[in-house]
Design a protein around this ligand. Structure first.
Ligand code: NDP
Length: 252
């Protein structure tokens, strides 16, 4: 694995970088997922907005439509409770409507309890693993046939600094983010040379969202970078300028 701190301040994505691409984004209703879904649409993609809260998905849908970007699609899915058949239904609907998938951003996650391993409840551990680890696994597995239909597909996993090196009291969240890195590496290694699909991960770093505020309630949000500052990196890894990049970890 290569860790890259990207200086993308000079990266100038083409306006139509993602034209005609079908890109699925989980957790598209809030925070980083919302900003990136809109940025993908702005650069020409038809974005499949996946998330738990329908009102939030409808609100970003309306924003994308009002901006005149390609009409997105909404697929509500609670990643905590979804069973295999729910994922299959989602994949069948995507296949019927779009035929293929060119990009998949695994962004949705739970922060969970900030506590010691000794105090972590089994219930909260299992809930967090369902959303943060099992969901990206099942969604990837189920979407692979549609990703294979794309001439150049990109899968992005979302990591965290505590997933690169465990830290006290970050419990299941840290473990789940380490699992995402490994899932990305394992998948990237399997897909290398055998397909046109690449897989990489992004650790967004401290970013002004509800999750960050929950994790650091005493922090002044104005000192934390905005979700929009991450857009160049997420565009780079999703678009055709990163075709040679596979199995790598990036910091936002
Ligand atoms: P937010 O909490 O702001 O957004 C999380 C998103 O995940 C929301 O859209 C939420 O939906 C969705 N989600 C949560 N649970 C479920 C579920 N059961 N089913 C479907 N969707 C669900 O987080 P951020 O935007 O900050 O985080 C985005 C990603 O970046 C995460 O993977 C996070 O771990 C990672 N990250 C963030 C950092 C930061 O500083 N913000 C730093 C490092 C990593 P809903 O709104 O409906 O609840």
């Amino acid at each position: 694995m290569t860790t890259k701190a990207m200086d993308l301040t000079t990266y100038q994505p083409k306006k139509d970088l993602l034209k005609n691409k079908i890109i699925a984004v989980t957790g598209a209703g809030a925070g980083i997922g919302r900003a990136i879904a809109k940025a993908y649409a702005k650069h020409g993609a038809t974005v499949i907005l996946i998330g738990r809260t329908v009102e939030k998905l409808e609100s970003i849908y309306d924003e994308i439509e009002a901006a005149g970007y390609p009409q997105p699609a909404i697929f509500p899915l609670d990643l905590e409770t979804a069973i295999e058949a729910d994922y299959q239904q989602l994949v069948d609907a995507i296949e019927e409507n779009f035929g293929q998938v060119d990009g998949l951003l695994h962004n949705a996650a739970l922060l969970g309890e900030r506590t010691s391993i000794a105090s972590q409840t089994v219930k909260s551990w299992q809930k967090l693993m369902a959303v943060n680890v099992t969901a990206p696994f099942i969604l990837t597995k189920k979407l692979l046939p549609l990703l294979h239909k794309s001439p150049q597909a990109s899968i992005i996993f979302t990591g965290s600094s505590v997933g690169l090196k465990g830290r006290a009291y970050w419990g299941a969240y840290a473990v789940s983010k380490a699992a995402n890195e490994n899932l990305m590496q394992t998948l990237a290694d399997e897909l290398e040379e055998t397909s046109a699909i690449r897989a990489n991960s992004i650790n967004p770093g401290a970013t002004r969202t509800q999750m960050r505020a929950d994790a650091f309630p005493a922090e002044d949000p104005s000192v934390v970078k905005s979700t929009d500052s991450l857009i160049p990196l997420y565009l780079y890894l999703m678009g055709g300028d990163s075709l040679e990049i596979n199995g790598q970890q990036f910091n936002g």
